[in-house]
Design a protein around this ligand. Structure first.
Ligand code: IPM
Ligand code: MG
Length: 357
């Protein structure tokens, strides 16, 4: 059966980086890996065409697909739209619609890029962390939410932080499962000293841990975790946390690796259907200039082959091609250093395609 992949280029640099990822996948396709690609709009691109950031047209294609490959959404021209019509809502909408509760964000430092990090090379050399972020709950989706006038006649904004037991259990199982395949260390991040929601989170994670006696479980308050990620990031193997803390910590972790342009991500549902996207945004300032780094998107395609299609060999082919190209000194602007060969987005694609064979 051919792998049915929905392709959502999105906004800003999205179309350029997606193009390079498709070229890499086409190498595998020519060798006999059967894949079909169906394109659909998301975010601002979808608003322009259909008046909605996640229109029905796109919903149908994504629901029918085995996996979704996404570029990026958002742009300044959409910032003044009503909240429900903004590109970010398209992203939140597809996550919720497809039940993509498990967001995997690996922060891996390639040895060649040790100098690209703002931290000292010895602090980050060899870094390999997997952040598991819950993606469909928490204050992002909790009700009630909104803006109102309170009983004193003053305006206020409010959101609800909430996690049900089943939501915490399923993300904990994903995190323990991943820890079992890696270094068997899991750090659960909470703010249990202040917030009941996360005190509850911790209690459930401790209960789930009974099923994974081989995994060494630790707990850390989110403020301390933010500090420890900078102080000594190599103490972490797998981290698991809720939606809002995971949003923040994963951006922080990305910078340990030098450039957010290197970081892939996977968002999975219970049946391993997944949405794969680079962790960075749509970078409107460099859009259309052929300057973007396509590596995060290409590595996201590798994650797709690994997690949805169980094709570890194909995933490693792509990852090894990326390593080879970095070792050969090719760099896009975001990871450029003196002495290296500066390449455009499409030239980086050329090099990775060539390194595949
Ligand atoms: C991310 C982004 C999104 C989030 C935004 C664009 C809605 O920051 O994927 O981390 O907050 O989840
Ligand atoms: Mg974010």
């Amino acid at each position: 059966m051919a792998l049915n992949i929905a392709v959502l280029p999105g906004d800003g640099i999205g179309p350029e980086i997606i193009k390079q990822a498709l070229r890499v996948l086409e190498v595998l396709q020519k060798e006999g890996l059967e894949m079909t690609f169906i394109e659909a709009p998301l975010g601002g691109q979808a608003y322009d065409q259909y008046g909605h950031p996640y229109p029905e047209f796109t919903q149908k294609i994504c629901r029918a697909a085995d996996a979704v490959l996404l570029g990026a959404v958002g742009g300044p021209q959409y910032d003044n739209l009503d909240r429900p019509l903004r590109p970010e809502r398209g992203l939140l909408g597809i996550r919720k619609d497809l039940g993509l509760f498990a967001n995997l964000r690996p922060a891996v430092l390639y040895p060649e890029l040790a100098n690209a990090s703002t931290l000292k090379p010895e602090v980050v050399a060899g870094l390999d962390i997997m952040i598991v972020r819950e993606l469909t709950g928490d204050v992002y989706f909790g009700q009630p939410r909104g803006m109102r006038t309170n009983e004193n006649g003053e305006r206020e904004g409010f959101n609800t932080m909430v996690y049900s037991e089943s939501e915490v259990r399923r993300i904990a199982h994903v995190a323990f499962g991943i820890a079992m395949k890696r270094g068997k260390k899991l750090c659960s991040v909470d703010k249990a000293n202040v917030l009941e929601t996360t005190e509850f989170w911790k209690e459930i994670v401790i209960d789930v841990a009974k099923e994974y006696p081989e995994v060494e479980l630790s707990h850390m308050y989110v403020d301390n975790a933010a500090m420890q990620l900078i102080r000594n990031p190599k103490q972490f193997d797998v981290m698991v946390t809720g939606n809002i803390f995971g949003d923040i910590l994963s951006d922080e972790a990305s910078m340990l690796t030098g450039s957010i342009g290197m970081l892939a991500s996977a968002s999975l549902n219970e049946t391993k259907k997944g949405l794969y996207e680079p962790s960075h945004g749509s970078a409107p300032d460099i859009a259309g200039k052929n300057l973007a780094n396509p590596i995060a998107t290409i590595l996201s395609a590798a994650m797709m082959l690994r997690y949805t299609f169980d094709n570890e060999a194909a995933a490693q082919r792509i990852e090894n091609a990326v390593k080879k190209v970095l070792a050969a000194g090719y760099r896009t602007g975001d990871i450029f250093e003196a002495g290296m060969k500066r390449v455009s987005c499409s030239e980086m694609g050329d090099q990775i395609v060539a390194a595949m064979s």
